[in-house]
Design a protein around this ligand. Structure first.
Ligand SMILES: Nc1ncnc2c1ncn2[C@@H]1O[C@H](COP(=O)(O)OP(=O)(O)OP(=O)(O)O)[C@@H](O)[C@H]1O
Length: 589
């Protein structure tokens, strides 16, 4: 575990080593005073003359050692914390890089709460070994080892007595370690579950408020919190008795030295000054040994966390290469594409050619696989079989960055960062000038609602874009796509949140985004795609038909069914409007 943690330090490893050196020097200064105490006691025991000057000299030496200890310890801590927090920074950055390249499914499976826990809490756990356990632990172990070696040189019998309490303490610690590890898994899983539930509960607050808090989600919330309490206490309870035993035994290095050592002196096996020396040194090593012991209870947790982080770091990323985009054009080919989120396949052998500059619509019942097909094109996931190509180049044979540069993807629910709307749009082209951003916003029909906002385009979007309505968020994301001006555009239900009036504006914005591009549109409202160059009908993960609107209307029963449903919903919309109109008339009378 320590090796792995040290690997995380990267360029800051030297600082960690410097911290270890400072702590070691500090520890020597912490133990040395006991040597000077011995120097005062020894002549007294030998009934030799002790001058005041001699005593003052030794007391001064003790004071200097303790002062040096304070300085070196502080210096060591400052170095170790410097290395630790720089390592945490590196770790969080590399986790973020890792996350960006992982298939989306892995993140969704873990849940936002668990991923947040990993980024914040788990990474923070590494601080303890780096800032304390490694530098202080090494110093707190090395010095007692050296002191015990000195004791052996003075009198091996007394040295063995000083060591005698350690195996008992170690045994207690070993048992605690084993027992703690067995409960750790439950504790950790319950912590992850609680995190996940809390995040979900907060995200779903609107539903919680509308329905009542006695509902299923609140019960789950309450349960998970209680479970966390129970598992944590169970883990602690397993550790506490053993912790108490070793905490009481280990510092008592003099436990056997004083009674048995006195007997040895009386029997003439050892001398009184040697007993005094070993006793002084025993008291000297108690503090470092106790400090080292303090780290052990947390080692189980750190070990678990490091394994967890390592597991995340070793998750296979989506397959990509360093190559740039070399496709011959911006046509798209799905070749025998199969895909499963988990075990069950949701797309079966899809073969589809989308010519450059054409508009292709994907239609089908809900759950038929339209969005999944689009997500495979933007490489959120690796295909399970077959290949997705652009201009003949497999998207797995180019970098994610190269692919991203070719595609603007406007999803159903667009996330906006809590930065200004201007900056949110600028994400589409980071080097765009303010004027370019504003022109894109205008083309995306954002002008009217931006004018209503006090700070206009400089308004903050709010957490996740919550400041704006669904339709406004979509227009901001369309502005982003207009600014990006990528040759391929994927629109997933881009008008999902639109009322008829806004839909018209949105269609103008869409027309702006797709002009001259290779376009894939996923639409439930079939009326908006009747002029598409090709309409692909998906059914339960199969591409069952493709053609123009007229062709499909005369030959494809599945499309006819979808069209009939679209027509009746349009009529329903008209009659709702008529009803509202009638109501207005009645009210005015
Ligand atoms: N993250 C996921 N994990 C597991 N299964 C998923 C996931 N996302 C979608 N599915 C499943 O994959 C199938 C295809 O879903 P997809 O979202 O592609 O359908 P869709 O045609 O776009 O539906 P809609 O029109 O309702 O958006 C569905 O059975 C769905 O339950």
């Amino acid at each position: 575990m320590f090796k792995t943690v040290l690997e995380y330090t990267g360029e800051h490893r030297k600082t960690t080593y410097a911290a270890v050196a400072a702590m070691l020097a500090g520890m020597i200064m912490q133990v040395l005073p006991f040597w000077f105490i011995y120097r005062i006691i020894r002549p007294l025991l030998m009934r030799q003359t002790v001058t005041t000057g001699y005593v003052i000299f030794n007391i001064a030496a003790i004071a200097i050692c303790l002062s040096l200890y304070a300085v070196l310890y502080m210096w060591g801590l400052s170095l170790s914390h410097n290395a630790a927090y720089n390592t945490l920074k590196n770790l969080r950055i590399s986790l973020q890089g890792k996350l960006e390249n992982l298939p989306l499914g892995i993140i969704q499976e873990k849940g936002v709460g668990a991923v947040k826990k990993m980024f914040i809490d788990d990474v923070e756990t590494i601080e303890l070994p780096l800032a304390h356990a490694i530098p202080e632990g090494i110093a707190n172990i090395t010095i007692p080892v050296l002191v015990f070696a000195g004791m052996f040189a003075a009198d091996w019998r007394l040295a063995l007595l000083a060591l005698a309490s350690l195996p008992l303490g170690m045994l207690a610690m070993g048992i605690m370690f084993k027992a703690g590890t067995s409960k750790m898994d439950d504790y950790y899983k319950s912590a992850q579950k609680m995190n996940k539930t809390i995040v979900e509960y907060i995200n779903g607050m609107e539903v919680v408020k509308v329905f009542n808090r006695d509902g299923e989600s609140y019960k789950r919330y309450e349960n998970d919190i209680k479970n966390y309490r129970d598992f944590t206490l169970a883990w602690y309870r397993t550790c506490w008795p053993w912790m108490a035993i070793y905490y009481s035994i280990v510092p008592c290095v003099a436990l056997f030295v004083l009674p048995v050592g006195s007997y040895f002196v009386l029997q003439g096996y050892s001398t009184l000054p040697d007993l005094a020396l070993v006793l002084c040194m025993s008291f000297g090593v108690s503090a470092p040994l106790l400090k080292v012991m303090n780290f052990f209870p947390t080692m189980v947790r750190i070990n678990y966390t490091v394994n967890n982080l390592e597991q995340m770091m070793s998750e296979p990323p989506v397959q990509q290469s360093d190559a740039s985009f070399t496709g011959k054009d911006y046509g798209i080919q799905f070749e025998d594409v199969r895909f499963a989120y988990k075990e069950a396949e949701v797309l079966h052998r899809i073969n589809l050619i989308i010519p450059e500059g054409s508009l292709t619509a994907l239609v089908g019942e809900s759950g038929s696989g339209k969005s999944t097909l689009a997500k495979l094109l933007v490489h959120f996931y690796d295909v399970t079989g077959g290949a997705v190509k652009i201009g003949g180049q497999d998207i797995q044979h180019m970098s994610l960055e190269a692919l991203n540069n070719q595609i603007s993807y406007v999803a159903q629910e667009q996330f906006l960062f809590n930065i200004s709307l201007l900056e949110n749009i600028r994400l589409g082209k980071p080097d765009a000038t303010d004027e370019e951003v504003m022109a894109a916003a205008e083309k995306a029909q954002c002008g009217e609602f931006l004018a209503r906002l006090e700070k206009g385009i400089h308004t903050m979007a709010g957490d996740g874009g919550k400041q704006l309505s669904g339709g406004e968020r979509q227009r901001i994301s369309l502005a982003r796509a207009i600014l990006k001006n990528a040759p391929i555009v994927v629109l997933d239900e881009a008008t999902a949140f639109m009322d008829p009036e806004n839909e018209e504006k949105m269609n103008d914005a869409i027309a702006e985004v797709i002009r001259g591009k290779t376009v894939i549109v996923i639409a439930h409202r079939l009326h908006s795609i009747v002029n598409a160059d090709q309409i692909c009908v998906l059914d339960a993960g199969n591409l069952i038909d493709a053609g123009t609107h007229d062709e499909l209307l005369s030959t494809c029963p599945a499309y006819q069914k979808l069209w009939r449903a679209a027509e009746s919903s349009a009529q329903w919309k008209v009659s709702t409007e008529e009803m509202k109109e009638t109501q207005r008339e009645v009210e005015s009378v």
